[in-house]
Design a binder for this molecule. Structure first.
Ligand SMILES: CC(=O)N[C@H]1[C@@H](OP(=O)(O)OP(=O)(O)OC[C@H]2O[C@@H](n3ccc(=O)[nH]c3=O)[C@H](O)[C@@H]2O)O[C@H](CO)[C@@H](O)[C@@H]1O
Ligand SMILES: C=C(OP(=O)(O)O)C(=O)O
Length: 426
């Protein structure tokens, strides 16, 4: 088993560069299926989700080159093979193969997705959208079967403003006949990024980034080049790290507008956040002035659920009782038990976690139960006294590109090591 071993309390200083957005990359890569010639995307993060998607596209005839952050997909020889198992279960975003394959081939068989278990993560809104476009959708033996004689544009009202459903319906609708309107669409920046790629491939999409998206289907989409947006969740993780253990850290390659909710909440805590056009500087925090806050996760542009877990680590260092309410994933609190193993004072009631501080954290052996829980534990390890061992790091490596190298370049002491199962059992 691979683990991270972190020796804490090193002050970190310097510049850290944010990679391309995971949640864009995992949709942009499946979107290439819809083209009739190669698509090149720059800035793809070196994360296992990107490698899993590369393998999946290759399973049904795609030619994929992924080098130095640039992925080129030649989709011309793809055929609609079923993908019921294996790589589809390694990530959440394999659900985008449904929309993209349905759009191109009018049929698909895709296993139910994996990804972080954050409580129930239904895909009923994706399916409702596909059905509205004319697909017959069945769930057989853990795989979703989709088939349509033709896709016809429709008006689709999403019961929840789901990121995945919005993008998935867009992927199918760009090749449907006529007009599709998605109402109560999600507004996350990654949706605009996917719409930009599709538009550059020849699609006709209006309103991405607002709650009403209008799509006029086209007969063909062609190859193009695209550069991905920076990862706002990785940037937020680094902002929190800088506040928790930084001696002056510049976070480079960010779109500050995408980080407004996080910036506002950090400022409310007493963290100084200096925003430039494409970077953010966080000076050393005055911990005597770090205050407890309440935070509620909301759809974009609200505070992102993906950042509440890392933020709870900073809350352990703030004076007073902080509260995190997750309205998107009410059970996304497995990290609290793990932080408590490190001497944090956290407690969960319903969809809310209470974290009291300030508490000196102590190094311990902890488990990354999901991606952002893992990021939170790495942050906790960086500030804790002594050594922290983080297990199940495959979750972290689904979404953070070259994390160890980036943190070590700032002065962190982190090693990725293999431990035997006997050692793990002790
Ligand atoms: C690959 C990717 O982009 N993952 C992100 C995406 O996940 P994902 O796209 O899975 O999240 P959604 O936006 O779809 O989910 C939001 C809420 O809607 C519910 N829901 C969703 C779909 C559906 O058909 N029915 C339904 O009830 C979910 O249970 C959840 O409570 O957005 C989440 C919310 O910002 C982020 O935490 C994830 O990092
Ligand atoms: C929950 C996340 O990812 P996924 O949807 O891919 O599981 C995340 O990025 O925090």
């Amino acid at each position: 088993m691979d683990v991270y071993k972190i020796t804490g309390e090193n002050r970190l200083k310097g510049t850290i560069k944010v990679s391309g957005a995971k949640n864009s990359a995992v949709a942009l890569i499946p979107a290439t299926i819809l083209a009739n010639s190669p698509v090149t995307i720059g800035g793809i993060p070196e994360i296992s989700d990107a490698w899993s998607l590369k393998a999946l596209l290759e399973e049904f005839g795609g030619k994929v080159l992924f080098q130095n952050g640039v992925m080129t997909v030649d989709p011309t020889n793809m055929i609609a093979l079923p993908l019921p198992n294996g790589n589809v279960k390694k990530l959440r975003a394999s659900y985008y193969l449904m929309g993209a394959m349905l759009g191109r081939f009018k049929k698909a068989v895709i296993g139910l997705p994996g990804g972080c278990f954050l409580g129930p993560r239904p895909i009923d809104q994706h399916i409702k959208g596909f059905e509205a476009l004319g697909a017959k959708v069945t769930n057989e033996h853990g795989a979703i079967y989709l088939r349509a004689d033709e896709l016809i544009g429709a008006k689709i009202y999403l019961d929840v403003a789901s990121v995945g459903a919005t993008i998935n319906i867009m992927l199918a609708a760009v090749r449907a006949k006529g007009k599709t309107v998605i109402e109560n669409a999600a507004k996350e920046p990654e949706i605009i990024d996917v719409a930009t790629l599709l538009t550059n491939m020849g699609a006709n999409i209006k309103g991405a980034g607002t709650s009403v998206i209008r799509i006029e289907g086209v007969d063909e989409l062609h190859g193009t080049q695209h550069t991905i947006i920076p990862d706002r969740i990785e940037a937020a993780t680094f902002m929190i790290m800088a506040a928790a253990i930084g001696d002056g850290i510049t976070i480079d390659n960010v779109i500050p507008l995408h980080l407004e909710a996080v910036t506002a909440k950090l400022r409310e805590m007493g963290v100084k956040v200096e925003t430039e056009e494409e970077s953010i500087f966080i000076p050393r925090t005055d911990f005597s002035a770090l205050k407890a806050v309440d935070v509620k996760t909301l759809v974009y542009p609200g505070f992102p659920t993906d950042v509440q877990q890392p933020l709870s680590v900073l809350m352990t260092q703030a004076t007073g009782a902080s509260r995190v309410t997750d309205t998107i994933y009410p059970a996304r609190f497995k990290h609290i038990d793990e932080l408590n193993r490190m001497n944090a004072k956290g407690r969960v009631e319903g969809n809310t976690a209470m974290v009291s501080g300030p508490t000196p954290l102590q190094g311990s052996t902890v488990t990354a139960t999901d991606l952002r829980a893992g990021a939170a534990l790495v942050l906790a390890g960086l500030i804790a006294e002594g050594e922290t061992e983080v297990r199940d790091i495959y979750h972290i490596e689904r979404g953070y590109s070259s994390l160890i190298d980036k943190l070590c370049a700032l002065g962190a002491d982190i090693r990725r090591e293999k431990i035997s199962l006997e050692t793990a059992d002790k």
